[in-house]
Design a protein around this ligand. Structure first.
Ligand code: SAM
Length: 190
């Protein structure tokens, strides 16, 4: 067992395992190389719908490839669209998890990044479709250009969410010289 604290990605997976609600829809809002999508496909059962979004064809292909390699291709609908349009694929009260792993595609074009405006739109829409006790997780990177702007916009937004309806958590290492990713998790409690 790892002795150090979990990093933000590990902590996101820990929260997902703890709060997983199987008879619902799970979304990987930023499929990238497919690692998080694969994790969702591995832990979900056949009644769980999984959608994965990415604006880059390369990411969609990589994600499909990884799922096929692990014989889980039929468990996930990988969609080449912005997460800002996720409402087009959903019905009300259907979502139990939306996971965002922001920034650029590792090993890909570093100028294609998630942006505050579309990320916020996707978070607002996710909140609308979220079931009671459903969660939204954002793993946020501040080290690249545009990252800090996106982080600030998200923090400003989630801070104002009504505490009677949502609990919001921030998980962050605060004594490191680099800019390690931080995590925001939102749970709908009412
Ligand atoms: C840090 S990577 C995700 C890593 C991924 N979770 C994994 O496990 O490999 C961020 C991804 O977000 C994608 N992205 C950027 N803007 C987006 C948008 N508006 N909608 C969906 N995906 C977007 C990028 O193309 C990139 O692949």
């Amino acid at each position: 067992m790892k002795k150090d604290f979990m990093n933000a990605v590990e902590f996101s997976h820990h929260l997902i395992k703890k709060h997983l609600n199987k008879d619902s829809t799970l979304i990987d809002a930023t499929a990238g190389n497919g690692k998080d999508t694969l994790f969702l496909a591995e832990i979900a059962d056949q009644n769980t719908e999984i959608l994965a979004f990415d604006i880059q064809k390369k990411a969609v292909e990589k994600t499909k490839e990884l799922l096929e390699k692990n014989k889980l291709g039929d468990k996930v609908k990988v969609i080449n669209d912005s997460h800002a349009n996720l409402d087009a694929y959903l019905k009300e009260d259907q979502l139990s998890l939306v996971l965002f792993n922001l920034g650029y595609l590792p090993g890909g074009d570093k100028s294609i990044i998630t942006k505050a405006e579309s990320t916020l739109k996707a978070v607002e829409k996710s909140l609308y479709f979220l079931k009671k006790y459903g969660i939204i997780i954002l793993v946020i990177y501040k080290g690249h250009q545009g990252g800090l702007k996106e982080q600030k916009a998200l923090i400003d937004f989630v801070k104002k969410l009504d505490y009677k309806k949502y609990n919001v958590l921030k998980y962050e290492f605060i004594n490191q010289s680099a800019a390690p990713p931080e995590l925001i998790a939102i749970i709908r409690r009412a």
